[in-house]
Design a protein around this ligand. Structure first.
Ligand code: ZN
Length: 365
């Protein structure tokens, strides 16, 4: 028996240790209250220095670039070439300083990451941190207000993590905020209401969050919501006219459109507004390069899973009067030359913010 410890007790952690035999560790993702299966996992290993170990799952849970790896649980990268054996397994040689080491399905993001980010803007009066609600687990779920709080011309709502594991959306939010704090002219006119963790408890606990039983947070925009965060979003958005609502997600694990950023469209007249916004995002992201939205992967209303389900956040935004509202999907991995990185996601968030700005000026002047 090798003297190692595998833990999922850190924020965002999720793992089931099935066995350690020789140098082979067999693992599974922890599905908890998921209906069916999903793919998120995130664990810490201790006492691993100078060992070479093989990690195996029974299902295909390793993305295009191998596992995400981190020494501190903060800065994440993909494992080097050669680490990934196949979609179910990888083999890692730990260095002398790698006594404690993290592996994950994707680039994780939890409340501690948001706190670190907000610390950089703590003295900025244009951005303020409020409490959306106390959650079922007793945490204070954050609500960020950014822009004109006295007399805004318009209100925009940005939400993420209705499905807890969809961490790529969180890095986009950092980029969106950074863009507007450095290019602030829209902040004179608009108040942004940002809910970084619509399923705060799920994010901290490392839940899948997708397809919870009896329904997940993005099926909770109903008359009697199950979750305090969703109930609070509904109540909060009742206090003002919603001009635009952006609900940020990550899609299925990989393959087809899931490897590219895309929009789940609504029917007309919302569809035309989405396409107007999308044209800006296309031009702006193409000019930066790297992670690019090109519109070709968008999913039309009524196609596949995009069935205008009234209990989703974006449907709620439309019911609240939003001219522009949609679900945005940011992949977990991407394909070279647009491999997902933490900084690439933040940069794409800036492009998304610039597209919001361009759209706003087109329709309001
Ligand atoms: Zn989602």
């Amino acid at each position: 028996m090798i003297d190692i410890a595998i833990r999922g007790s850190h924020p965002g952690g999720n793992i089931i240790l099935k066995s350690i035999e020789g140098d082979t560790v067999t693992l599974a993702q922890d599905l908890r209250d998921t209906n069916g299966t999903w793919f998120y996992w995130n664990f810490r290993i201790e006492h691993a220095a100078e060992k070479t170990l093989t990690f195996k799952f029974d299902e295909e849970l390793i993305g295009h670039h191998g596992p995400a790896v981190s020494r501190d649980g903060i800065r994440w990268d993909w494992a080097k070439n050669g680490v990934m054996i196949d979609r179910k397994s990888f083999r890692y040689t730990f260095g002398p300083d790698d006594n404690s080491f993290y592996f994950a399905f994707c680039m994780p993001y939890t409340a501690a990451d948001l706190q670190r980010f907000l610390g950089k803007h703590a003295d900025d009066p244009r951005l303020s941190l409020k409490i959306l609600t106390k959650t079922e687990a007793g945490y204070s779920a954050p609500l960020l207000l950014m822009g004109n709080r006295d007399k805004p011309e318009k209100h925009m709502v940005i939400t993420a993590r209705h499905h807890a594991c969809e961490s790529t959306a969180s890095y986009m939010i950092e980029g969106i905020i950074d863009y507007f704090l450095s290019n602030p002219k829209l902040l004179d006119k608009v108040l942004f209401h940002i809910v970084p963790f619509a399923d705060y408890d799920g994010v901290e606990h490392g839940d899948q969050g997708k397809s919870r039983i009896p329904h997940d947070h993005n099926r909770d925009y109903i008359d009697a919501p199950l979750y305090k965060t969703v109930e609070s979003i509904i109540r909060h958005c009742g206090d003002f006219p919603v001009f635009a609502g952006f609900d940020l997600h990550a899609p299925y694990k990989w393959g087809g459109r899931n490897d590219f950023p895309f929009i789940a469209k609504s029917a007309s007249p919302g569809k035309e507004e989405i396409e107007r916004f999308g044209a800006y995002l296309k031009t702006i992201s193409a000019s930066r390069g790297g992670l690019v939205y090109d519109g070709t992967q968008d999913i039309e209303a009524g196609v596949e899973w995009n069935l205008n389900e009234p209990s989703t956040c974006s449907s709620f935004m439309r019911r609240s009067g939003a001219k522009l509202a949609f679900t945005f999907e940011m992949p977990y991995f991407g394909i070279a030359p647009a491999r997902i990185t933490q900084q690439g996601l933040r940069n794409f968030g800036k492009d998304f913010a610039a597209a919001i700005e361009s759209y706003y000026y087109e329709v309001n002047t």
